[in-house]
Write a protein that binds this ligand. Structure first.
Ligand code: AMP
Length: 472
């Protein structure tokens, strides 16, 4: 088997995937800040990691997947103030809606969700160690990480110190260096706050992830992921935190980042107001359509959001389901495979292999999908030619579509024995009567008319059969 290869933001290369501990894989993905509804940009990232997780497990890795939930944060406090609500209570409410989104998106790979507010002792303990080792300092406003003490600062985002100076983050006269970021913020006004050796306060944004990661995954683990917006400063700061206390042991072996979902060239974001919530999108499009739409672009590339793309995904999916139906309907228990069937059997094997190679090449979902489409095309060709298909081959095909589709979360709906509407059934009967009378003109008219409704008739030695027309 070829090795799995993963693009690592840190080395800027595709690398062979070699987990620290054999077949065990530990993955951390940055989850939501729960101060608003989740939008399709979030869905893009969450679905991408869901597919990555599914593929790792499919490939036999024993994956532990951890996601954090930021429930204490400036944005939450600001929003709660505007809504005159308690920040933690408001965060719980948006978290409930986040879980509803996750369920609606059929994301089922995450083993553990960890909340910032429930890891305050671990956070305090990490900050204490950073101070002891001389990487952090206390001011009147809180505790800061001193980036000048961590010479590797900038190594993930590939920025030199002079480039880093261009980002002015967290202006505060108490800081030693402009780039220093806060680990602990002393309480201002009516904010949620916890006791600490540095006074009542709350954690800075970056520290929760390393505190949770250290607790559940250790100081070194395999994959850390999130959207590309998190490379700097968030993930850069995380490296500084974890590696300063671990004695520079590389925190994460593979840094993985998803490309943005963009709208007219701009990132879909809460702050830009150009977002479509996940629930709104699901009113118009089935979850499998959304998942196919996202899978049709490589996780690393940005996606330009367009209704047309969703419409295309919808049609493709309908067409694949039509093929599944037609394969089922055309299945006949025949002993021998015919030549074309033997060729299709070989194709199944070949395409499964190539699908695997595509997924192993940095989770290349758009390429992997082409092997499903190729099988779809050949199945239809065979059905068109023969009018039926050997039942063992049909079972093999259906199982393959479902198994490979399952990696993306498509083609998972149970078979619903489709019934034609009564009026169409009556028309088919009328056509049969016309044929018995040898009234070929009426029979043809009815056939053409039904075709416009997407129903194709086939006259076989066992009577008339219908199948759905493919969409493209
Ligand atoms: P947030 O709640 O905004 O902190 O985001 C939660 C996760 O979704 C992070 O991993 C972000 O990088 C990711 N994310 C947010 N907006 C987008 C977007 N437009 N496209 C892709 N990923 C996004």
């Amino acid at each position: 088997m070829n090795p799995l290869r993963v693009y690592n933001t840190y080395t800027r290369k595709k690398e062979d995937f070699k987990p620290i501990d054999g077949k065990r894989v530990k993955m951390f993905v940055c989850g939501p800040t729960v101060y608003d509804l989740s939008h399709l940009g979030h869905a893009r990232t969450y679905i991408a990691y869901d597919i990555i997780a599914r593929w790792l497990r499919y490939r036999g890795y024993d994956l532990f997947y951890l996601m954090n939930i930021t429930d204490v944060d400036d944005k939450i406090i600001e929003r709660a103030k505007k809504r005159r609500e308690d920040p933690l209570k408001m965060a719980r409410e948006f978290e409930r809606l986040f879980f509803r989104d996750i369920r609606s998106l059929n994301i089922d790979t995450i083993d553990l969700y960890a909340h910032a507010s429930e890891h305050i002792p671990e956070i305090i303990d990490q900050i204490r160690r950073m101070i002891e080792k001389g990487f952090a300092y206390v001011t009147q406003t809180g505790v800061y990480f001193d980036v000048s003490k961590f010479e590797d600062y900038g190594k993930l985002s590939h920025q030199k110190p002079e480039e880093l100076r261009r980002h002015r983050i967290e202006p505060d006269p108490n800081k030693r260096n402009l780039q220093d970021f806060s680990l602990w913020k002393k309480r201002k006004g009516e904010e949620p706050a916890w006791d600490s050796p540095w006074g009542k306060g709350r954690p800075g944004w970056h520290i929760e992830d390393t505190a949770m990661a250290e607790k559940y995954l250790g100081q070194q683990y395999d994959i850390h992921g999130g959207g590309a917006d998190l490379i700097f400063p968030h993930h850069e700061a995380e490296i500084a935190q974890m590696e300063s206390i671990s004695g520079k042991k590389p925190m994460t072996k593979y840094w993985v980042h998803t490309g943005f979902l963009k709208v007219k060239g701009k990132k879909m974001a809460k702050s830009l107001g150009n977002f479509i919530t996940i629930q709104d999108a699901l009113k118009d499009y089935d979850v499998e359509t959304l998942r196919l739409f996202f899978s049709s672009t490589h996780y690393h590339s940005p996606i330009n959001f367009h209704e047309k793309g969703l419409e295309q995904a919808k049609r493709t999916l309908e067409s694949l389901y039509a093929t599944l139906d037609n394969v089922r309907r055309g299945a006949r228990s025949l002993k021998e495979l015919k030549d074309d069937e033997r060729a299709l059997k070989r194709k199944i094997k070949e395409n499964r292999r190539r699908f695997g190679e595509a997924m192993d090449d940095d989770f290349n979902t758009p390429l992997a999908l082409t092997y499903i489409y190729d099988l779809d095309k050949d199945s239809n060709k065979l059905l068109d030619k023969q009018g039926n298909i050997n039942d063992r081959l049909a079972d093999d095909l259906i199982a393959t579509f479902k198994e490979l589709g399952g990696i993306f979360g498509i083609l998972q709906k149970e078979r619903v024995e489709e019934e034609l509407p009564e009026d169409l059934k009556a028309l088919i009967e009328e056509r049969e009567r016309a044929r018995e009378r040898k009234d070929w003109r009426t029979a043809d008219e009815i056939r053409n008319w039904l075709e416009e409704f997407g129903v194709i008739l086939e006259d076989t030695s066992q009577g008339v059969r219908w199948k759905k027309k493919r969409q493209f």
